[in-house]
Structures are given as C-alpha cells and as structure tokens.
Write a protein that binds this ligand. Structure first.
Ligand SMILES: *Cc1c(COP(=O)(O)O)cnc(C)c1O
Length: 379
C-alpha cells in the first residue's frame, strides 16, 4: 500500500459492535471480565485501550514497522527508550539535539550513571570514534533542530547494525511522510506526535515504532510500568490528524520551498537553513533519505543582533510567536530564548544557535501571504 492510502486506512477498522467507521473514543479505565482472567484482551487502560491500539497500529504502518507504542508526550517516549539501559551504559548522541532531549539526558539520566557523548554527526566518522564497548544506544535526530542539519541514517546504521547497539532516530521534523528511518536501518523511530502527526496544535503526545518483537515487549513493559500513556481522546484526535498527513506534508514542503528561496535572496537575511536548498551543507544526503524537505527552516538576520530578532518576531502578523511546530498554522520561534534556553550559550553557539537565529514552522496557508508577512516584518 502506498503512503496516502495507509495514512487514511492503516490501523483502523469499523467498530465491530456498531459499524462506526471512525474508531470510537473508548473513554474507560477498565473492562468487564466474565470470570477472573476471562476478557477480550483489555483489562486496564494504562496497559491497553482500543483507541490507543488503533493509533499505535496506524503509526507502526506509517513507519513501515511492526509495533507502535504511544506515550503522554514525546519526552515520555524518549524517557522509555533510555530506560532500556542500565548504569554504566553509554549513549552517543548528536550535538545539536532538541533542548528537551538534551535536558532529559544530562539532568535526569546522567545522575543515574548513564553516560552521554554528544558529537557532530554530520560526519559519521565522529560517531564511529565515539562508540565504545559500553555504547548501547545511538540517538540520532534528523533534520536537527533548529539548524536543519541532516544526518546520514544509513551510514550510522552501518556502525550499529549487527552489534549490541540500538539505533534510535527522532523523526519528528520529517514525519513518516518524508522519511522512514526503519528502512534505513534504525531499530527505533521516535516521534513527538505533538507536531506533524497530530498536525493541528491540539494534542501533546509521543510515539515509538519498532520492528523487533522482543524490543517491542521490553518497551511495552516500560510503557505500562512507568505509566506515561496518553488518553483515548488525544489518540482519537491524532487518528483524525493522520488522515491528512500526506496532504499537509506536501503543502508544508511546497510552502517551505517558496519561503526558503525568498529568504535566501533577501539582503537583510544572513544564513538560511533549509535542506532543500542546493547550497545546504547536507543537501545530497537529504535528497537521498527524504522524499521532500518539509516546512521547517531557520535563518539569521545580518549582523546577528538579538534586538533585530526581537523586533522581527514582534512585527510578524501571520507567523505567530510560539513554542512548538508542525501545525497547520505558521509558527515561529527564537531558539536561543525559547526551545534551547536550557542549553548553555557557549554550547549552543557552537551548534549555530546564534542570537538572531529564527526558526520557522511554515504552515499550509497561502505561500504569497506568508512571504508578504515576512517581507513587511523584515522591512
Ligand atoms: C517537540 C519535540 C520533542 C519533544 O516532544 P514533546 O511532545 O514536546 O514532549 C522531541 N524532539 C523533537 C525534535 C521535538 O520537536
């Protein structure tokens, strides 16, 4: 089945008791047992819920994986992956990681004795050099946030596949419509479902997709034991969002191209980071592993002054200043003071998060209207 067909149909069956074409919101915590242990596969909603099951199956299908697991947030899903490890284990991760992931790794898990090694994954040789006999997990995020660097997933899979090292990819920025890390050798795909999968800025959720049965079982054990699961209403909203994922990503990508090309020729704009631009440092890798380039980008203002960024951000009318991304509406953010505020200045400067860097999540509005808004704000 091709992706658009899967986006509409995967994981969902008409409700057997009523014929309802849409999966009902099973707003229940528990399920009746005919006799002790005699039930229909559902006992308690932290463990299993039919609305969540439908969504988990849909997400697995979209990522070409076998098992999906949903969590109360993207962070809860990453938390579950790290809990596969034990004290003394090591993780190799990218150095321009999502701020929340960096915080979880360094502030929560380092004190438990797990060691994190952050390297520039633009060159897979750096990953090879960082792997030790204690390395049990390689954590990749691509495109990276916020400078949209592309990491070669297949090249890194060559370093981990066949060894006792899990390769996990945070696929939030690309969505399964544009990139399927499992096909490139990843063991675990992670999503902040909050973003493109939900797509309407009305849900916070996370998900993991895996192929291996035993790994799925270990993660389901963690999911149930730690309890960071989403409610059925949120699962319903995401099931609805998924049905237009392919259409939304097409428009995010075409609007992304229009905005990035316009920004790139503007005299007041410094760097433009969008992987679809030919002069983007990793454009060739992006072309190989992504089917299109999406609506996420960032840019700097010439001179790199904080005041200029602040003035620009408060002058935009259509682009709204807010955390988050991936919704139908265009949003913008200032990583240095928002998403990446928890990363020390000297660390963030090294990865390109300078004072004037502005991140755009280009929505699905009219491209001309979006460009007009940027034009008046830069003016
Ligand atoms: C938002 C985000 C997360 C965290 O997800 P939440 O749903 O906010 O918990 C992780 N990785 C990336 C790339 C994100 O954009």
């Amino acid at each position: 089945m091709k992706f658009p067909t899967k986006a509409v149909h995967a994981g969902v069956e008409p409700d057997p008791s009523t014929g309802a074409i849409m999966t009902p919101i099973f707003q229940t915590s528990t399920y009746v047992q005919a006799a002790p242990g005699v039930h229909k596969g559902y006992e308690y909603s932290r463990t299993h819920n039919p609305t969540r099951s439908a969504l988990q199956n849909a997400l697995a299908a979209l990522e070409n994986g076998k098992h999906g697991l949903c969590f109360a947030s993207g962070m809860a899903s990453i938390d579950a992956v790290v809990k596969l490890l034990k004290p003394g284990d090591e993780v190799v991760s990218t150095n321009d990681l999502y701020g929340g992931t960096y915080r979880l790794f360094t502030k929560i898990f380092e004190p438990f004795g797990i060691k994190f090694n952050f390297v520039d994954m633009g060159d897979p040789a750096n990953v090879a050099a960082a792997i030790t006999p204690k390395t049990k997990l390689v954590w990749v995020e691509t495109p990276t946030n916020p400078t949209l660097r592309i990491i070669d997933i297949a090249a890194i899979a060559k370093l981990t596949n066949g060894k006792d090292i899990l390769l996990a990819v945070d696929n939030t920025f690309a969505s399964p419509a544009l990139q399927n890390p499992m096909d490139l050798g990843a063991d675990i795909v992670m999503h902040s479902v909050t973003k493109f999968l939900g797509g309407h800025s009305d849900v916070v959720m996370g998900a993991l997709v895996v192929n291996d049965d035993e790994l799925a079982e270990r993660l389901a054990f963690i999911q149930n034991s730690c309890g960071g699961t989403p409610g059925p209403q949120d699962c319903f909203l995401v099931l609805r969002g998924l049905k237009t994922l392919h259409l939304r990503m097409e428009r995010h990508s075409s609007n992304g191209r229009a905005v990035a090309e316009w920004l790139a020729q503007h005299p007041k704009v410094g760097q433009v980071y969008w992987p679809g631009l030919k002069d983007h440092g990793n454009h060739e890798v992006a072309k190989r592993q992504m089917s299109d380039f999406g609506g996420m980008m960032s840019f700097t203002i010439n001179g790199d002054k904080l005041e200029d960024a602040t003035k620009f951000l408060s002058s935009c009318k259509l682009f709204t200043l807010a955390e988050s991304l991936g919704g139908v509406e265009s949003l913008m953010g200032h990583p240095a003071s928002m998403t990446h505020a928890s990363i020390p200045r000297e660390v963030r400067l090294k990865s390109g998060v300078t004072d004037s860097l502005i991140r755009l999540s280009v929505g699905i509005e009219d491209a001309g209207d979006l460009i007009d808004d940027l034009k008046q704000a830069l003016g």
